[in-house]
Ligand binder design. Structure first.
Ligand code: PMT
Length: 406
């Protein structure tokens, strides 16, 4: 393969194993060589024959195969690749990775490898949300295992929720990002840095039962906070009301209104990095009554006043200004031009522009197409999952701070 990059792909036993075939095709299209280890349970879902045909390589299955050991010992197998990827990663294999159980070829290779490891979890929503899996996940992340997904959606078991394996294209993109120059050609780290991320909408009271809000789901902001924490940043996520679980390894402050969000950010300062991904309501009702407004035939009139601008406040701090302040710009037309205007008006260092016209599905959706804008550069990113945007942004932040030490 021309890129010279090699992935050891471990396929464990879950219905999502069928997606590993598409993942291999995608990686090979990117000229990344793939060698597979197929677990016994994995072989219930995909055959060694199809994996062998797509990888054009031997598929390894048995720890005690004399033939395999004489061709390539399991230790060598675990270290021969540049990256070990477990996709799908079941709850079972994650638990074994966490505890160091090595009772088959896949888990032995995982214990023996000295290479970076990436996992793409796939399991039932209850299994994913269980305390055991979440604890295993947190420990694996602490040890530097990179996690792609899972995503929310319909499951093979007829349930709905978090636990679907990320799509092969997203996993392949994360692997390619890992190998890219801007990515993990050398491991980036934010250890020792403090980050604050805002996420989600704000709710501005009209009266005790009604509010003004917008369509933000918090997915983008939460993914950024998770990615920063994965690189080792001490991360505080200040989140408006969302339906998302708190990201693992992140300190989460739940707030309701823009004023609460500003107060929580101020309380979390000082920080090295601030990323404002929240869709803060620009206005609030001037004096919301303490009783529910009654319908009495006439239309109530709402006096709106402007909310404090958190991004502008942090960007323009005279004392202890964070080294890097990043805003988002949600636009429905002339996306880049309006975002550039916001960059200079608010005084942040970078602004990440995204089109939020309804047809893009950016609000609430899984993917985002962003432009990272600095004073004199514009970087157009392809459409990526919000998790991938978070990871790519976290790596860009780490690279920037490495090159611009304070
Ligand atoms: O939450 P998701 O469904 O995943 O969708 C993600 C997103 C579209 C919400 C996100 O990617 C995004 O674009 N966030 C910014 C939304 C927004 O409010 O943009 P804006 O152009 O109105 O504001 C510009 C910047 O100022 C933003 O960084 C915003 O957080 C910040 N701001 C705005 C108003 C205010 N009072 N305080 C602020 O800090």
């Amino acid at each position: 393969m021309e890129s010279g990059k090699r992935v050891l792909l471990i396929i464990s036993g879950g219905i999502a194993a069928y997606k590993s075939l598409e993942l291999i095709r995608d990686l090979r299209r990117r000229e990344i060589a793939v060698r597979c280890i197929l677990t016994k349970a994995g072989s219930q879902f995909v055959t060694p024959l199809s994996l062998g045909a797509l990888t054009e390589d031997k598929v390894y299955q048995d720890l005690f195969s004399l033939t395999d050991e004489s061709e390539m010992g399991h230790i060598e197998l675990s270290r021969d690749a540049d990256l070990v990827v477990v996709a799908p990663a079941t709850a079972n294999i994650m638990a074994k990775m966490r505890t160091g159980i090595a009772d088959d070829l896949a888990t032995t290779a995982l214990l023996a490898t000295d290479k970076p490891v990436m996992i793409a979890p796939a399991m039932n929503v209850r299994m994913w949300e269980s305390a055991a899996t979440q604890e295993n996940l947190a420990i694996l992340q602490e040890r530097g295992v990179q996690v792609i997904g899972p995503e929310e959606g319909d499951m093979a078991c007829n349930e709905y929720g978090m636990g679907r394996m990320s799509e092969p294209a997203s996993i392949a993109e994360a692997i390619a990002g890992f190998f890219s120059d801007a990515g993990h050609s050398q491991q980036k780290s934010l250890i020792g840095k403090k980050a604050i991320v805002t996420s989600g909408p704000t709710h501005e009271a009209i009266d005790p039962v009604r509010y003004l809000a917008n369509h933000s789901s918090g997915r983008q902001g939460h993914a950024i906070a998770k990615a920063l924490a994965e690189l080792g940043a001490d991360t505080v996520l200040v989140s408006g009301p969302t339906r998302l679980p708190d990201p693992v390894g992140v300190t989460v402050k739940h707030v309701l209104s823009a004023e609460d969000m500003l107060a929580a950010c101020e309380a979390a300062l000082p920080a090295d990095i601030v990323v404002c991904a929240a869709a803060v309501a620009d206005w609030r009702v001037a004096n919301p009554p303490s009783e529910k407004i009654k319908k009495n035939g006439s239309m109530p009139s709402l006096e709106l006043v402007e909310n404090p601008d958190i991004l502008a406040n942090v960007s323009q701090l005279a004392k202890n200004r964070p080294a890097l302040v990043i805003g988002f710009a949600a636009e429905t037309e002339d996306v880049v031009a309006y975002a550039q205007a916001k960059l200079s008006k608010k005084g942040c260092d970078w602004i990440v522009a995204n089109d939020v016209s309804p047809e893009t599905g950016t609000f609430g959706g899984k993917n985002n197409t962003v432009h990272v804008i600095e004073a004199d550069t514009i970087e157009d990113w392809p459409t990526l999952s919000k998790e991938d945007v978070g990871q790519k942004l976290a790596i860009r932040i780490a690279t920037y701070l490495e090159n611009n030490p304070t």
